[in-house]
Design a protein around this ligand. Structure first.
Ligand SMILES: Cc1cc2nc3c(=O)[nH]c(=O)nc-3n(C[C@H](O)[C@H](O)[C@H](O)COP(=O)(O)O)c2cc1C
Length: 130
């Protein structure tokens, strides 16, 4: 199985870390993308560092790298999970505003009819979030 994992700047970044740990044990090929705010939340909310998360993935791309392989549908994957998914990234994906690699890869995943799982974290939510 080949999956893209997007980790964005949201509380609950531990869910993303745990997902990487579980998938690594299941021998899944992981292409990890972390946003700049994900890196900041990692430091603010956990004792883990970027080096550890990077070690759990087979491939890594910065969120600003629109030339990464996962930016194109010709790069075959079995799907993508965005965990946690900030409201900002959720909005980008929902509106097709693909200015970041996480949003672009999610758009490509849908375009190619592959499975996309979003794990949004925000509370309380407004009608805009909903
Ligand atoms: C410590 C911390 C916790 C945050 N928690 C959330 C959250 O739970 N949900 C959310 O949507 N945004 C949260 N944010 C705000 C996002 O990080 C911010 O909107 C950012 O622009 C998201 O960008 P990204 O989606 O590119 O990572 C948090 C920010 C910080 C610094």
């Amino acid at each position: 199985m080949r999956l893209i994992i997007g980790i964005t700047g949201s509380s609950g970044i531990l869910y993303g870390i745990r997902m990487l740990e579980v998938l690594k044990k299941r021998d899944t090929e992981i292409h990890l993308i972390m946003t700049e705010w994900a890196k900041k939340c990692l430091v603010l909310e956990t004792d883990y560092d970027f080096k550890y998360l990077r070690s759990l993935a087979d491939h890594y791309s910065d969120d600003s790298n629109m030339a990464a392989s996962v930016s194109s549908g010709t790069h075959k994957t079995d799907g993508m999970i965005v965990i946690p998914c900030s409201m900002k990234t959720l909005s980008s994906i929902a509106n097709g505003y693909e200015e970041t690699l996480v949003a672009r890869a999610a758009g490509v995943t849908m375009k190619e009819s592959r499975k996309l799982v979003l794990v949004p974290l925000e509370t309380p939510v407004t009608s805009i979030h909903l």
